[in-house]
Design a protein around this ligand. Sequence first.
Ligand SMILES: [Zn+2]
Length: 222
Amino acid sequence: MQVVVLSESAVDETVVRILVRALLPRDAEFVEPTIRHRGVDFLLRGGFRSLALATFYQGSADGLACVVDADMTPPHEERNARWSPQSGGLADLQACSDRCRLCYLRRQWAASGLARRPRPKGSPPLRVALGLAVPSIEAWLLAGSQFHVTEAAWRNYAASQKQSYNNLAKQRVFSDLRGIDKKAERAEQRIEAILESAGWQQLQRLFPDGFGAFVRDLQRWR
Ligand SMILES: [Zn+2]
């Protein structure tokens, strides 16, 4: 199964690829997106939809997996949302909040109408999996460490606590490492260690909405 992974940086994409491989029942091969993308602002301001359309029409990929950081925006709440990656359009979607970044991505997917559009040569429709790291992918990488946070705890943090956690999370993961390659290597070691010791289920327990959403979408790819 060929998968395009989109996230905020090459380091984040390394983590998402490892998670996709751990969660998918079939072997995943990764292919590059057909157009270049840069950062979270691009993805949120319509870039995700453009990339989804480009993948649909030009690419050979079977699925698209995208994770962005919540940073200081509201964490996603699945119980207030109505979503199916196979849903037909915007009318079928209910966002949990106006500022939720995961729901921004879902809205773009629903608006694209790609979920039900037949693909050339009788291939199955393009699949999608969307996740939100609360507050950042670094927080996932800190799962089980003394610096870990949960989505539930995060919701109760004061704004100043959130800001300082978010500022320190990168430093706690990468210390003073410089360069994308070294950071990607550290990120890979961390996520592999989490998967080996406690499995992706630990991430789902700590981050049931933002990571849980990603898991549930991927599980529908079978
Ligand atoms: Zn949401």
